[in-house]
Design a protein around this ligand. Structure first.
Ligand SMILES: [Zn+2]
Length: 558
């Protein structure tokens, strides 16, 4: 891809006010602006970018105290901004069994067995990240878990967060038997012959475990935020956008910042549902105002769920699933969605709606369109967003551009759904059928229609490594009958930097490497423009700068 090289400021001999605190030299700097500015080196003073230039020009800004980072030919980009994470649950899960990416039952069982051996005791054994593919019929059983963990309760979350897998001990503790009825919007999977629960709980049935599972304390959550921030820095992530939470949780981020533990900038969403009232929204605005326009702990956004996920056929589709009579049911009525969106929009709050199925996406766009017709535009304008947008109807693609609705998407979900191969298999493609899968995850077509994109991981649903998303976005296979093309490298990087900054109303202060912008920078181990990643692990972060300080350096040499 050709990058425009724009002229940098001429080198002048450094005056005291121009001496840099940190310089990054010998790099392939991509500023991530829309012009595609490139350079060799970056100078930082305090917590902002001083200027870009050649290595010689920037080296001239060195003083005796200046820290020098040699990029050794690697790409230098703005720190990654993950537009959709669940930061506390991700941080908590760092201490659990990690089943992410395991593709056979043998691997899954071996990982759990090894963890159980290393963490002996009688308490709960917890894990997360299992895929559907290792299990016959896509449904795990208690017997498969009892085999390795017979003596203590065990619970494993599915990667999509919409199913859990439990053993017999856990079912017994929760009092779930063949006589237990399904809760609304949930399913206790039962053996068709015996009627016994199989150990697979879907959607709202997962909440049946909550009353017996030890809940994390405030101290646990506070520690999880710190652990998650440190973990994020390893992947060059310097900003995260948390997709839903409570007002109380926001105080934990403030405490983390006060204690110097918050090495990422956070944009924190409140959670709303059909039950949200005007008074609830007023309380959100109060907290939003109290946090203010802080560049590290900020809010002003509200998360809603219009539907579930395709893997468990709980996403709301316009037509029935390929392998079922059902087309899924939205989480709330169109009238409730319109009402709640309108009362949030009226207060100037940004709204983000989880919408995966084509029906949920249409309902959500309708609700956002309606809000903008009944309410006057908020002072800061509207930057409402839909989250995921996996199976969008062709007729709705142009509405993103037309309505100014941001498409917040997660490239790694394509790989998790087994979609990044010529002959996809797995619950995602099986459930929607070939026609709908061929036109899924339509980010390039949304862009072509004038829509804006923000990329993220949905961590811990998918890995927090932005590099994996960049790999997937730029190597994506065009499916048979599909039109969606891989992203250009420059756009994939913008999708993790400048575009998410727009999506949190912060494009004026971060997301590009321009003088005056916050100095959040990722130095990669190689030049991803010259050598595009071929595998999920090819994008390696060498150094991460947050707020002008080096917060991560990779230990091993290259
Ligand atoms: Zn999510």
């Amino acid at each position: 891809m050709a990058l425009t090289v724009t002229a940098c400021q001429p080198a002048a001999s450094p005056t005291p006010t121009e001496t840099a605190d940190l310089v990054i030299v010998n790099g392939r700097v991509f500023a991530s602006d829309e012009a595609g500015t490139t350079a060799e080196a970056v100078a930082v003073r305090g917590n902002t970018i001083l200027r870009l230039g050649t290595t010689a020009e920037i080296s001239a800004l060195r003083g005796p105290e200046t820290r020098v980072v040699d990029a050794r030919g690697g790409s230098v980009v703005p720190g990654f901004n993950d537009a959709h994470v669940h930061f506390v649950s991700g941080g908590l899960a760092l201490g659990d069994v990690d089943l992410a990416g395991l593709t056979t039952l043998r691997q899954v069982q071996a990982a759990i067995a090894a963890f159980a051996t290393a963490h002996q005791g009688e308490g709960w054994l917890k894990g997360r990240g299992w895929l559907y593919s290792p299990f016959p019929g896509g449904s795990p059983t208690k017997a498969q878990l009892d085999e390795i963990v017979p003596d203590r309760p065990a619970i494993m979350d599915c990667y999509d967060g919409h199913s859990v897998w439990v053993n017999s001990k856990a079912l017994a503790l929760a009092g779930i038997t063949k006589d237990t009825r399904n809760p609304p919007n949930g399913e206790i999977v039962k053996d068709p012959r015996t009627g016994e629960p199989t150990g697979h709980l879907k959607e709202a049935a997962t909440a049946l475990m909550d009353k017996v599972l030890p809940q994390p304390t405030e101290t646990d959550m506070r520690a999880a935020i710190k652990a998650a921030a440190t973990y994020a820095n390893q992947f060059g992530v310097t900003s995260i956008q948390n997709a839903g939470g409570t007002i109380e949780e926001m105080a934990l981020y403030e405490a983390a910042k006060r204690d110097g533990d918050l090495t990422v900038r956070t944009y924190l969403a409140f959670s709303a549902s059909a039950a949200t009232t005007e008074a609830d929204a007023d309380r959100m605005v109060e907290t939003w105002n109290r946090l203010g326009d802080d560049a590290t702990v900020r809010s002003g956004i509200v998360k809603m769920y219009a539907d579930g996920v395709i893997e468990s056929r709980t996403a709301a589709m316009l037509a029935p699933y390929e392998n079922s009579q059902s087309s899924g049911t939205p989480n709330l009525t169109a009238a409730d969605l319109e009402r709640v969106v309108a009362l949030l929009d009226k207060r100037g709050l940004q709204v983000q709606i989880h919408a995966i199925g084509d029906r949920a996406i249409r309902m959500s766009l309708d609700a956002l369109e309606r809000a903008s017709s009944v309410n006057p535009a908020p002072a800061r304008g509207r930057r409402h967003r839909l989250e995921h947008i996996e199976a969008v109807a062709d007729e709705d693609i142009a509405r993103f551009g037309k309505l100014g609705v941001i498409a917040s998407q997660q490239p790694m979900h394509v790989a998790l759904g087994d979609m990044n191969q010529a002959k996809p298999s797995g619950p995602w493609p099986d459930n929607v059928g070939p026609e709908r899968y061929a036109r899924a995850w339509a980010w390039r077509r949304i862009m072509a229609g004038g829509g804006r994109i923000a990329f993220g991981s949905d961590w811990p649903v998918a890995p927090l490594e932005a590099g994996q998303g960049i790999w997937l976005a730029t190597t994506r296979v065009t499916l048979p009958g599909g039109t969606e093309q891989p992203m250009q490298m420059a756009d994939a990087i913008r999708g993790y930097t400048s575009w998410p900054a727009y999506a949190s109303f912060e494009d004026h202060r971060k997301g590009t490497l321009e003088p005056g912008m916050l100095a959040d920078i990722a130095v990669l181990a190689s030049d991803v423009f010259a050598r595009p990643p071929r595998t999920a692990t090819d994008v390696v972060v060498q150094t991460t700068v947050f707020d002008g300080r080096v917060v991560y350096e990779r230990k091993t040499g290259r």
